[in-house]
Design a protein around this ligand. Structure first.
Ligand SMILES: CCCCCCCCCCCCCCCC(=O)SCCNC(=O)CCNC(=O)[C@H](O)C(C)(C)COP(=O)(O)OP(=O)(O)OC[C@H]1O[C@@H](n2cnc3c(N)ncnc32)[C@H](O)[C@@H]1OP(=O)(O)O
Ligand SMILES: NC(=O)C1=CN([C@@H]2O[C@H](COP(=O)(O)OP(=O)(O)OC[C@H]3O[C@@H](n4cnc5c(N)ncnc54)[C@H](OP(=O)(O)O)[C@@H]3O)[C@@H](O)[C@H]2O)C=CC1
Length: 514
């Protein structure tokens, strides 16, 4: 067993956000590599009519946990769901549960957050700042606590171009923001939000920065570390390539382009697509937990989990790779053939939105109405365009993140940890992006869209049909426009005459005839 995996044997671990994308992969990896760990407490809220147990059951029965159940058959006994709501001021944890957490926890991984870019400031502050503060308070009372690992984002300081592994001060102290949320009403908060977030694009990045500041100011003697991943994508290798289960980040846009809804995107082709596989982030997180507990660094260390500095992939190349992957792995029942144009200014964006998004949606809705069905395409298109407007900032800027602490950590790992289980830098060693993107698209098809791979030939046939319709439509359009021109303009008639006679008069003599 590797040094890091051995460290987690017999440990009691608390994970927040364990039902989320990152949290689930973290939990899976911990169970798979350290089956001897004592217990994983997960703070979890009942949701969508499901009890806590039902939610845990659903996670354990997902494809993600198949390997774990072989390696650690009693995994269900090692997960201890704790009812909690991080939106409540007391986190809504019962006294008995709190007692158990305070007396038993060795390591805390705080992953829970609202990752919505449009969250109301009050909601984002509650989850990303106040809940972090409460957890720190809880952690300070944990008698056996060895490390507290906070998951932030590489974009918490996206108002800067170069970002180091340090905490940057916020113009308004987090405590003041927290206090003001108690007495300001929503209307006033709405009014001051743009001023507070300043040159950041949304409340998410702003409140994640405040959360870091809270960690910095209020962690006292705790052993704390912060991890800042960039755009977290599907898994690279573990537990298998292409695992993905939500539409955040690039996944939603990959679906929209594969289904033929998304045809153009305002993006800077030469900006770096700083996507990082979820298993890479999780490997780093687990290694950081070990390092923080064992080496007890004097100050809070921050670790960037980014790809751009090691193996940059530009949005232009990423786009081409995604489109190439659709050739092999097409999605079913596409609306149009996958093709995405990157536009770079407002005018062309508006033009292509009208031509490639709204016009086809209106025509399709018209067809649905004619055939007695409910129109829906325009609504869907408008939602997609709204989503794109929220993500645009991240595909039109590049950042430079230093990774000194991450490099230092890598050098501290044993060769076995580096090589086998705790590799923290994949897929950065070689140019594996094409392979990664293909698996990503395959993962989206299998795990998000739940499409059967046996349907690929039919999906390809459907795309061929769409291509023929596209050619037919363009030819018909050309002929109609031309016919109208010929009917109305003498110049057009002259050009037509010239074209028709030109090849006859200038026909070259082929060598074969000579
Ligand atoms: C060749 C091409 C390559 C392209 C490649 C480009 C990749 C470019 C990635 C940049 C990515 C930066 C990521 C920063 C990395 C972090 O640090 S943060 C972590 C990531 N967080 C996010 O991505 C959250 C973004 N999402 C949101 O904030 C909210 O979903 C939105 C966009 C504000 C929409 O809110 P809403 O209107 O209330 O809608 P919501 O209920 O969430 O979803 C409604 C519909 O919107 C659609 N939708 C929601 N999210 C998405 C999505 N991400 N995508 C598409 N549709 C979506 C769905 O169709 C959904 O439909 P239904 O499920 O209702 O049928
Ligand atoms: N995904 C990405 O691209 C990136 C993510 N990050 C960071 O990684 C972390 C994890 O993100 P990710 O897994 O993608 O996010 P998800 O949205 O998938 O997961 C969020 C988790 O937080 C939990 N949560 C939200 N609100 C509450 C609440 N009131 N009480 C209890 N739990 C709650 C959710 O629980 P429930 O299931 O009940 O909703 C869920 O488990 C976050 O801190 C995020 O900022 C950083 C960079 C990029």
């Amino acid at each position: 067993m590797s040094m890091v995996a051995a460290f987690y044997s017999n440990k009691s671990i608390l994970i927040t956000g364990a039902t989320g994308f990152l949290g689930k992969v973290l939990m899976e990896k911990l169970f798979r590599t350290s089956p001897q760990l004592k217990v994983i407490y997960i703070l979890i809220r009942p949701k969508a009519g499901q009890t806590l147990q039902e939610r845990v059951f659903q996670i354990l029965n997902s494809k993600l946990f198949e390997k774990v159940k072989e390696i650690c058959p009693n995994v269900h006994e090692k997960i201890r769901p704790i009812s909690a709501d991080l939106n409540q001021s007391d986190l809504a944890i019962s006294k008995e549960d709190m007692q158990e957490l305070l007396s038993g926890t060795n390591i805390v991984f705080h992953c829970a957050a609202t990752v919505r870019f449009d969250a109301h400031l009050r909601e984002a502050v509650q989850l990303n700042v106040i809940a972090t503060q409460k957890l720190l308070l809880m952690a300070s009372q944990m008698s056996k606590l060895e490390a507290f690992i906070h998951i932030s984002t590489a974009f918490s300081n996206c108002n800067l171009k170069r970002i180091d592994e340090v905490i940057y001060p916020c113009p308004v102290e987090p405590r003041k923001i927290i206090d003001s949320m108690e007495w300001l009403d929503d209307a006033i908060i709405d009014e001051i939000t743009p001023k507070l977030i300043g040159d950041r694009p949304n409340t998410y990045t702003y409140t994640k920065a405040l959360g870091e500041m809270v960690i910095h100011q209020e962690s006292g003697n705790l052993n704390v570390a912060i991890i800042r991943p960039s755009i977290v994508g599907a898994s690279w290798q573990e537990p298998f390539p292409g695992w993905i289960d939500n539409i955040n980040g690039p996944s939603g846009l990959i679906i929209a382009s594969g289904k033929g809804f998304l045809r153009s995107l305002r993006a800077t082709p030469m900006a770096i697509a700083d996507v990082i596989p979820v298993d890479t982030v999780v490997n780093l997180t687990i290694a950081v937990g070990w390092y923080t507990a064992v080496h007890r660094p004097k100050s809070t260390l921050i670790y960037h989990s980014t790809s751009g500095n090691l193996n940059p992939c530009l949005w232009h190349d990423m786009g081409l790779k995604v489109l190439a992957a659709f050739e092999k792995i097409p999605f079913e029942r596409a609306f149009r053939r996958p093709y995405v144009d990157f536009t770079t200014n407002n005018f062309t964006t508006q033009y292509w939105n009208a031509v490639s998004h709204w016009a086809p949606a209106i025509i399709y809705d018209f067809y649905l109405r004619l055939t007695g069905r409910k129109p829906r395409m325009l609504k869907l298109m408008n939602r997609l365009l709204r989503t794109i407007s929220m993500l645009e900032y991240f595909i039109n800027h590049s950042w430079e993140w230093s990774t000194n602490n991450t490099e230092m950590l890598l050098s501290e790992l044993s060769p076995e940890d580096q090589r086998v289980s705790m590799e923290v830098r994949q897929p950065s060693h070689a140019n594996h992006w094409l392979e990664y993107i293909e698996n990503y698209v395959l993962g989206i098809k299998k795990y998000l869209l739940k499409e059967d791979l046996a349907g690929i030939p039919k999906a390809k046939e459907h795309l061929r049909r769409l291509r023929n319709i596209h050619y037919l439509f363009n030819t018909a359009l050309f002929l109609i426009v031309w016919r109208l021109l010929i009917a109305r303009s003498q110049t057009a008639r002259n050009v037509w005459f010239l074209i028709m006679t030109c090849p006859l008069r200038q026909e070259p003599k082929s060598p074969a005839r000579r």
